[in-house]
Ligand binder design. Structure first.
Ligand SMILES: Cc1cc2nc3c(=O)[nH]c(=O)nc-3n(C[C@H](O)[C@H](O)[C@H](O)COP(=O)(O)O)c2cc1C
Length: 367
């Protein structure tokens, strides 16, 4: 099944493998994509990854969250991205750009000294208190995401993925922990999801309606159960309701993840050393898949062919998404297809976060 094709809206994929969005630390300081990125995505396409999702790409200059992160906030990025999409398409893979604003987790700088967020809820990790966005700023943000999607289409991307996970701006809106607003952008599930459904509506208006829009979203903020923060945070029943609203808005597929940075160690877990520790968000994706009719993509610690097959066969997901495995083995799909390997070699050590550029820094014993 994992090698069977699938269509997401009008996007035909050669198999069920997705390279989950992964920040590469390979853009110029201003966010311009580089030839290193072109080579990296080209390698994944050559390795027959059905769908490649780029690293998170910021839609406004103040929305950056890490060094050497790629941007999509200006038309000058269209040409360099065009080189990347051309290279990927030569191999028959599809490529979608993940678009983001850092929100409460944005970097601070002289130009942007205070991060913006739906509400002024102190970030327990950085100790920074963001500033509550005005109604006008929310409207501007919707336009920034929309224009980013318009640029993505011009650059030849097969679609966009809205980053609504991991504690960045859209995730801040969806979560009742970070969104305490009492206007039409906060409160009910529908109000908290409104910024996302409005972005979807506007992208459809501006791109002609058939440009695929995907969403990566949290099924939980990831706080320790039983704590006050967990009581306030996003839970799976709300995530299911949000998924239904996204489907109704015309989203083509939902990638299920979890965790915000403040909850610590939830999103990118270490020590995935047995099949039982793999696919750590699968119970959430099952609930979402049971509630919607659009494809569900599962990410988080998936490593073995046996687990992948089981996830697809037993209705936990329609597509298998991985990040760290493809850093270590861009040709993993080919190895699994030929039978040369039955699982990824990734040991989930997280040494791949390398500001000099994404790479597997684990010393494998190759003797
Ligand atoms: C180096 C690195 C960078 C990441 N950057 C992003 C990102 O830009 N956007 C995103 O949604 N998730 C990002 N993630 C999270 C992954 O997409 C994925 O959800 C997580 O690593 C769990 O999947 P895995 O076990 O297959 O690595 C990143 C993960 C790693 C290791």
């Amino acid at each position: 099944m994992i090698f069977d094709p699938i269509t997401i809206c009008n996007m035909e994929l050669q198999n069920r493998f997705v390279r989950s969005a992964t920040h590469e630390f390979m853009a110029e300081e201003d966010g311009t994509p580089t030839s290193r990125l072109e080579d990296l995505y080209g390698g994944l396409a050559k390795g027959e990854v059905g769908l490649i999702i780029t690293g998170y790409s910021y839609v406004l200059p103040g929305g950056q969250s890490d060094a050497y992160q790629q941007g999509i906030y200006d038309d000058r990025f269209i040409e360099p991205y065009r080189k990347i999409t051309d290279r990927v398409h030569r191999y028959g893979s599809r490529i979608v750009i993940q678009i983001v604003h850092g929100g409460r987790q944005a970097d601070i700088s002289d130009e942007h000294p205070v991060p913006i967020a739906p509400s002024a809820v102190k970030n327990g990790r950085s100790a920074i208190v963001p500033r509550e966005m005005t109604e006008e700023e929310i409207t501007e943000m919707i336009e920034a995401f929309t224009q980013a999607a318009v640029r993505a289409k011009k650059a030849g991307f097969d679609g966009v993925q809205l980053h609504c996970a991991h504690g960045f701006l859209l995730s801040n809106f969806i979560s009742p922990y970070t969104n305490r607003r009492t206007d039409r952008w906060g409160g009910s599930v529908e109000n908290r999801a409104r910024i996302v459904t409005e972005i979807v509506r506007r992208i459809k208006e501006e791109t002609g309606g058939n440009f695929p829009i995907l969403v990566k979203m949290n099924a939980t903020d990831g706080f320790q159960p039983g704590t006050a923060k967990a009581e306030l945070g996003l839970d799976i029943s709300q995530a299911v309701e949000i998924s239904k609203l996204l489907e109704k808005a015309g989203v083509c597929a939902i990638e299920v993840s979890g965790g915000i940075s403040e909850a610590g160690g939830v999103t990118i877990r270490t020590a995935i050393n047995s099949p039982s520790r793999e696919a750590y968000f699968k119970d959430y994706s099952k609930k979402i898949k049971d509630a919607v009719n659009i494809p569900v993509i599962l990410v988080g610690g998936i490593r073995s062919v046996s687990v992948m097959e089981e996830l697809l066969e037993n209705g936990y997901a329609d597509l298998i998404s991985m990040s760290r495995t493809f850093i270590s083995e861009p040709d993993l799909v080919l190895k699994l297809k030929s039978g040369e390997a039955k699982k990824a070699r990734c040991v989930s050590c997280n040494l791949c976060f390398d500001p000099k550029g994404l790479r597997c820094n684990f010393e494998f014993d190759r003797s």
